[in-house]
Write a protein that binds this ligand. Structure first.
Ligand code: ZN
Length: 302
């Protein structure tokens, strides 16, 4: 696999500090390893090397959105998530939204959920990887040129775990902003660089996801990026059940790495389990800082 240099999208020239080494523990698509750096300016995390565009197809072969069936355990967790809080599944989508678009819609799970709900808005989806046949989806697949800001407008745009994958997050957010109707909003979710699970599991953390995540934003890094696109941000609260699901993936990565002694794996796992328990009972203002995910709703600055 060919790799090239990678930097913080907001501060490519800033000082950086090496934190830990990692591999593709999530999907095992390559033997390559990467060093994860922290940007001294905004605290976002990023690998020093990232696949060239030509190699990207290979690193997404087994990805969640590739149409592969989810494991039974994962399905149970998803069910719990849906039961625990409707707003997570529906991404805070207003009931009166009339033109809803999911940028990076994958296999269209969110739009299908909306279609089966009380939402009556028109549904649109865009993903760089499109299905062979677009028949049978309850939404319209869009080509990327739709986001050139020339007349196609939406009042609710969502980007769920997209920003951490792209090479030009500012350009994409700017383009989406230009497609917003008056009063419209963009809902964004992305992993948190200050997540307690990354702190505990380091390179085995699911959200490091080398070599698919180009950058894991800190709260301040994300705020700086979105403000530079002329957006005002309303911070949302993560559903803490996410942390439980994420913990399971991190533990699987760690326990599967037999190059590390059993004793060390047990030590890391016990420490992480203790942090998870504490996280679940922390007051909200503290648990939000170390949440696994940053969730924001953005509107054009007035
Ligand atoms: Zn930075």
């Amino acid at each position: 696999m060919n790799l090239q240099d990678n930097n913080c999208a907001c501060h490519p020239e800033a000082y950086r500090e090496v934190l830990f080494e990692t591999k593709d523990y999530n999907f095992n698509t390559t033997n390559a390893s990467g060093l994860i750096f922290s940007c001294k300016e905004c605290g976002s995390l990023y690998p020093d090397k990232f696949p060239t565009d030509k190699c990207l197809e290979q690193v997404y072969v087994n990805y969640y959105t590739s149409g592969k069936k989810r494991s039974k355990l994962r399905k149970v967790f998803r069910w719990l998530l849906r039961k625990s809080q409707k707003t997570t599944t529906f991404r805070n989508t207003p009931l009166d939204a009339c033109a809803i678009c999911d940028y990076g819609c994958g296999s269209g799970e969110y739009l299908q959920t909306l279609n089966n709900s009380d939402h009556n808005g028109k549904l649109f989806g865009y993903d760089p990887v499109r299905p062979e046949s677009e028949d049978g989806f309850p939404f319209q697949w869009l080509p990327v040129k739709v986001f050139d800001g020339k007349g196609n407008q939406f009042d609710w745009l969502t980007m769920c775990h997209v920003l951490e994958h792209v090479s030009n997050p500012k350009q994409i957010v700017t383009r989406l902003t230009s497609c917003l109707m008056e009063g419209g909003a963009i809902w964004i979710a992305t992993p948190n660089a200050n997540s307690f699970l990354i702190d505990c599991f380091k390179g085995w953390a699911r959200d490091v996801d080398f070599p698919r995540h180009r950058q894991v934003f800190s709260g301040s890094g994300l705020h700086e990026l979105l403000s530079s696109c002329g957006l005002e941000i309303e911070i949302q609260r993560e559903d803490r059940i996410n942390s439980v699901i994420n913990f399971g993936s991190c533990a699987k990565n760690l326990l599967g790495d037999t190059s590390v002694s059993s004793w060390l794996r047990l030590r890391i796992l016990s420490k992480a389990l203790w942090r998870l328990i504490k996280h679940m009972f922390l007051p909200r203002h503290l648990s939000d800082l170390e949440a696994t995910e940053l969730v924001v709703i953005c509107r054009k600055s007035t």
